[in-house]
Design a protein around this ligand. Structure first.
Ligand SMILES: *Cc1c(COP(=O)(O)O)cnc(C)c1O
Length: 395
């Protein structure tokens, strides 16, 4: 103890503490702070929150979040990473960083729903327009690019309807017009393909990832990230992060750090199980189509095959449109192992019925009742057995 105790409350606050030297644990320590103490005024003035050579304020990073950022940049093949408190907050960070009044952003028409909602409401209010493009029609996409287009969002595959685009061709077309590309890489998770090395020298500019899904893996933590190889873009993201005040909690960062070592194993396990379930579903008479990019016949399968070997444990099915909607709801309600709930990437298998018409303007290309499945880590046979018993409601 450096000074004699005067008041207990002061002593409890200023009690001597040094992080244990020589405590080389395998896990990363959980550091939490709003305040970070500077040794003197010169240090306070010298440190800049945008750079990682010193800590300034908890919102701008701790040893725990800096470590997580470095590992995520490695995972995705980028050099810089910015965290956000959810996947959607990461999308907002990109939009706020890069879009200004008068700009246009293009979204695939199978974009993650809340991203489209953000464009339709907030971005519109701020004078940023958006248009939806068909991710499977590169020529039409290229024709939409104009002098106002500042950003293109990409998804491979798109949400819910799972079409896998020709990512290389879309990036090439955007590049040719000098338009920035941001990929929602949640499905690929940095494993199915390399967003910064797509072949032919092509790379996206930004890779956004809902860490809520596979990197968390527990169905319990919400977080997002944006990785880039461009320091200038990274600083634009950090400015947006600072202006929005979107920090992440140390304990949440800890959970993701703890899950990352098993990410690849889990991703493969989800993939293998999902493909078996999807193939079983393909053989069921009332299923008219299984939308899984790794299955031949699924929209964009060839593009998936040209870029990937792996896939996530996520797919949708289309059920015979002749069946009344109430029967589909009864089928979903009859499932026991599959739980009814949003999100994916956790240990528990999930199911959600979606209204195809409300979801997609161009729904004409697909018909039937759409049900999306996220395959968890249960034994595959148990999942198939569950589907089989629930199918009694449709037979
Ligand atoms: C879940 C998801 C998000 C958003 O992540 P949250 O952490 O739930 O906000 C974004 N994009 C895709 C493709 C997702 O599946």
């Amino acid at each position: 103890m450096s000074e004699p105790i005067t008041h207990l409350s002061t002593e409890l606050i200023h009690h001597d503490y040094q992080p244990p030297a020589g405590f080389d644990a395998v896990s990363v320590g959980v550091y939490k702070a709003s305040t970070v103490i500077f040794p003197n005024v010169a240090a306070l003035r010298a440190r800049d929150w945008r750079y990682k050579f010193g800590y300034t304020y908890g919102l701008h990073g701790t040893p725990t979040t800096f470590t997580l950022e470095e590992r995520l940049a490695t995972l995705e093949g980028g050099t810089h990473c910015a965290l956000a408190p959810s996947g959607l907050a990461a999308i907002a960070t990109v939009n706020v960083a890069l879009l200004r009044r008068g700009d246009e952003v293009l979204l695939p028409d199978n974009v993650y729903g809340p991203s489209r909602e953000m464009a339709r409401t907030l971005l519109a209010d701020w004078g940023v327009t958006h248009r939806l493009y068909d991710p499977l029609d590169v020529a039409a996409f290229a024709a939409m690019l104009n002098e106002h287009t500042k950003l293109v969002w990409l998804e491979a595959p798109g949400s819910i309807t799972m079409e896998f685009p020709d990512l290389r061709a879309l990036v090439r077309a955007a590049r040719a017009r000098g338009v920035l590309t941001a990929l929602d890489n949640t499905w690929g998770a940095g494993l199915a393909f390399k967003a910064f090395d797509l072949g032919d020298g092509l790379a996206v500019d930004l890779s956004m990832h809902a860490l809520t899904k596979y990197p968390s893996g527990g169905g319990d933590v919400l977080m997002g990230s944006v990785v880039t190889r461009d320091e200038k873009l990274h600083h634009q993201l950090l400015l947006a992060h600072m202006r929005l005040g979107t920090g992440v909690a140390g304990n949440d960062a800890e959970f993701v750090l703890r899950s990352l070592p098993s990410l690849e194993l889990r991703y493969r396990a989800h993939d293998q199980s999902a493909r078996r379930v999807a193939q079983w579903l393909q053989r069921q008479p009332m299923i008219t189509q299984v939308l899984h990019p790794a299955l031949p016949g699924s929209p964009g399968h060839d593009h998936w095959a040209a870029l990937c070997r792996d896939a996530a444990g996520l797919f949708s099915v289309l059920i015979d449109p002749a069946l009344p909607a109430a029967r589909i709801d009864a089928f979903v309600d009859a499932l026991r192992r599959f739980k009814l709930g949003y999100s994916w990437g956790g240990p528990v298998s999930l199911v959600v019925p979606y209204d195809l018409k409300a979801l997609r303007g161009d729904a004409a290309r697909l018909t039937g009742h759409l049900v999306r499945f996220s395959i968890g880590l249960e034994a595959t046979d148990d999942l198939i057995e569950d589907l089989d018993q629930a199918f009694q409601t449709l037979r």
